[in-house]
Design a protein around this ligand. Structure first.
Ligand SMILES: *Cc1c(COP(=O)(O)O)cnc(C)c1O
Length: 368
């Protein structure tokens, strides 16, 4: 008698799980976690208070349409609330967009060192994820365009990108959009938008308003410090909002997350402080690590990408182990095609001083 087991769809054999940053080191009571680009300053006290207030109503289902949150977002950013869709993190929106617009046999484009959720979301729906070469660790619109073919359905682009920290100007994105066929969806993932200070960078709302094939995603997980609550949102053309509203799980955004999202949006000073903190310590960390002879690119987000010599003992693997021994958790970058690099999130002043001290010992060969 033959035994037949339930079989998942064949494309799922190729699916690699997303592996998040570690949060503890065995034997170390309180490790310094610089592995997941979380906010150095934690959540806004106003968001924390809103979650506490929401606690007594946890028996109630949330508003599945997130009316109050979408109205608050629309007011804050000057957008049309009807074209905002909220999700349990922007990861959920990325996944929904892939499900809605790509399927078996289709192609989804991203960039060489692009965020790993894009190929995961594409492969999960049976599409092929194709990575376009970058130039100097920066997305290249022309190499993306060169890969567009009849089966291309979606282009995912993080701006600035994680883990490279580089960005494309609004003009470069307009060029990309203009040359993209109208049936290809361009998803601009602006998870780190708040950290960028560059005159030629913008939130791209006008690209969404002017075209039928551009979606912008945003998150509460980075500058707002609410990664643990899972809250993201996206601004899109009405036809795409209609599709996502039919496809999404009705209650994926919890009532606590909705309340925190509204409160966090109102705490403008907190966001300003987080931005200022990041600007100062990103620059300080970059300078200190460059002074050690390490290669650190200019980052426009809340992390730095540090590249190590490719020699045993001084390479990124050795640096990661050395940091971990001293209680500092960085992120290896092998899965991002950057095996010589570590990514370090910008934490508190004490945390960045500790990380730089340890890396100084590492580079200068202090006995391990
Ligand atoms: C961290 C990050 C996100 C945010 O994901 P959430 O699901 O909202 O927590 C999205 N895109 C990129 C590129 C990121 O680095």
């Amino acid at each position: 008698m033959s035994i037949t087991l339930p079989a998942p769809r064949p494309e799922l054999h190729d699916l690699q799980p997303y592996v998040g940053g570690e949060s503890s080191v065995p034997g170390i009571a309180r490790a310094i976690k610089l592995a997941s680009n979380e906010s150095a300053l934690g959540p806004s006290p106003k968001a924390v208070a809103a979650v506490r207030d929401a606690a007594s109503l946890l028996h109630r289902y949330p508003d599945g349409a997130c009316h109050a949150l979408r109205t608050a977002l629309a007011g804050h950013f000057g957008l049309d609330a009807a074209r905002i869709v909220c999700g349990a993190g922007s990861d959920e929106l990325i996944t929904l967009l892939a499900r809605a617009y790509a399927g078996p046999g289709d192609e989804v484009l991203y960039t060489e060192h692009g965020f790993l959720m894009y190929p995961i979301a594409a492969v999960a729906v049976g599409a092929r994820a194709i990575a376009a070469p970058e130039v100097a660790l920066t997305a290249d619109p022309d190499s993306l365009l060169a890969l567009v073919g009849p089966r291309t359905r979606v282009v995912f682009l993080a701006n600035p990108n994680n883990p490279t920290g580089t960005y494309l100007s609004t003009d470069a994105l307009k060029h990309l959009r203009r040359r993209l066929p109208d049936n290809v969806l361009l998803v601009l993932d602006l998870a780190y938008a708040e950290f960028v200070d560059a005159a030629d960078y913008g939130p791209c709302w006008e690209l969404v308003d002017a075209h039928d094939n551009v979606v912008v995603t945003r998150t509460y997980s980075k500058i707002y410090g609410l990664g643990g609550l899972r809250l993201g949102w996206a601004y899109m053309p009405a036809a795409i909002a209609d599709v996502l509203n039919r496809l999404r799980n009705p209650f994926s955004v919890s009532s606590a997350a909705q309340a925190a999202g509204i409160a966090a949006l109102g705490d403008v000073q907190f966001v300003e402080r987080a931005r200022d903190h990041n600007r100062v310590w990103r620059a300080w960390t970059t300078d200190k690590l460059r002074a050690l002879g390490l290669s650190v690119g200019d980052s426009y987000a809340n992390f730095v990408l540090v590249r190590f010599p490719v020699e045993p003992g001084t390479d990124s693997a050795a640096a990661d182990a050395f940091l971990k021994q001293r209680g500092i958790i960085a992120r290896r970058m092998n899965s991002y095609r950057l095996p010589d690099a570590l990514r370090l999130s910008i934490g508190l002043e004490t945390e960045m001083r500790a990380a730089v001290d340890v890396l100084t010992d590492f580079v200068q060969g202090t006995p391990r």
